[in-house]
Design a protein around this ligand. Structure first.
Ligand code: HEC
Ligand code: HEC
Length: 328
């Protein structure tokens, strides 16, 4: 449609209004306190260390397909560094091409989570790490076989001995878990526009992203998406259209946990599509719309959705610079 004089005048008037209105950045200061910038490292559990040798061993194991029955699936198959450390498919494809029940979450910043997996069945990365090796739909290998595989290589026997000095027979399952977890705790994404903004660089987010941040607070997203990675690590009921996954209920058997899922991080969410526990939503606009309706009983206007999505894009940080190991 050709603009008429009237619409041109109206546009000019609203532009003037916008200019006259206080710059967004003025009241945005009140919102900073709702957030915490991302620290360089997550909390390190008592009794574990992050020695360079341990991180290095963890890096090798993360990329090692020999600890899968097929010999071709590693952690990095599904948590692919080139794809936001996830797989960009709705539900994970593992051993023998089997499709799992759930979407692969990113491992970026996962050391900050206080509950691992969509249903929180493991408390920490050490507890999490051995599950996928044994899972029939993931890597499908017994831990005994995995240890035998690794023990065949001098380079692994050495790497374990360096990562776990003063231990007899250091090539064992608990040490595999400790090494992988140490490596994962280095996979953090600092310096996102949002983080720079929180730390004082108020030019790091544009006005639309700032409006989105304010909507995120005003509408209560921050009630669950809180803390340094925008997850409270708690469980909330969320009924995805078409999903039969009962979530946390599978772990606890408690009625209140039926269809409850752990809040995922929102850091890097723009690059970790598709979304939700079964990966059924492929874009942020629809994901935010569904969150508004289900979690907040709120139907957002289109421009509000656009602002919130723009804010979510500001959560993409610097990807860890990991060298792909040369495996034996
Ligand atoms: C076949 C694909 C696949 C492989 C291989 C795989 N994962 Fe996963 N990973 C997943 C899926 C799917 C989930 C979510 C499962 C659930 O919540 O029930 C997950 C969850 C996780 C989580 C929890 C993240 C969160 O937000 O809760 C971590 C950490 C993780 N995997 C690390 C690893 C490690 C380490 C390995 C290798 C030992 C590995 N994964 C191998 C698909 C895979
Ligand atoms: C009551 C707690 C709660 C509130 C409020 C909430 N969320 Fe969520 N959010 C969750 C949970 C739990 C999930 C995971 C749901 C699932 O997949 O089962 C989630 C998932 C998401 C996802 C998908 C992330 C992914 O990687 O799959 C996005 C995006 C998101 N929320 C954004 C928002 C926004 C924006 C708001 C405010 C409009 C909001 N959330 C409000 C708890 C909440």
């Amino acid at each position: 449609m050709k603009p008429t004089l009237a619409t041109l005048l109206a546009t000019a008037a609203s532009a003037a209004l916008l200019l006259a209105a206080p710059a967004v950045a003025d009241d945005v200061e009140d919102y900073i306190d709702f957030f915490e910038p991302l620290p360089a490292l997550p909390p390190i559990p008592a009794g574990t260390t992050m020695s360079p040798e341990r991180i290095e061993l963890g890096r090798m194991l993360f990329f090692e397909p020999r600890i899968s029955a097929s010999g071709v699936i590693s952690c990095a198959t599904c948590h692919n560094p080139a794809l936001g450390w996830t797989d960009r498919i709705p539900r994970a494809v593992g051993h023998g091409g089997q499709v799992g029940e759930r979407n692969t979450p990113t491992v970026l910043n996962s050391g900050f989570l206080e509950a691992q997996f969509w249903d929180g069945r493991e408390p920490d990365l050490e507890g999490q790490a051995l599950g996928p090796i044994e899972a029939e739909v993931e890597m499908a290998m017994t831990l005994e076989e995995a240890i035998d595989q690794l023990n065949e290589f001098e380079i692994y026997r050495e790497a374990f001995a360096e990562a776990f000095p003063d231990v007899d027979d250091p090539v064992n399952p608990p040490n595999v878990a400790l090494a992988i977890a140490a490596f994962e705790r280095t996979l953090n994404t600092p310096n996102s526009p949002f983080n720079r903004f929180l730390k004082g660089d108020r030019a790091a987010m544009d006005e639309q992203q700032q409006r989105g941040m304010m909507l995120f607070v005003d509408n209560g997203c921050v009630a669950c998406h809180s803390g340094p990675i925008l997850s409270d690590s708690m469980f909330h009921r969320f009924e995805l259209p078409g999903s039969t996954d009962e979530g946390r209920f599978v772990v606890t058997g408690e009625e209140q946990d039926r269809f409850a899922f752990r809040t995922p991080t929102l850091l890097n969410v723009a690059v970790t599509y598709p979304y939700f526990n079964n990966g059924s939503v492929d874009n942020l606009h629809d994901a935010v719309n569904l969150m508004g309706q289900q979690m907040l009983g709120q139907d957002f206007e289109e421009d509000e959705l656009d602002d919130i999505v723009a804010f979510l894009h500001a959560l993409t940080g610097e990807m860890p610079r990991i060298e792909i190991p040369a495996l034996p």
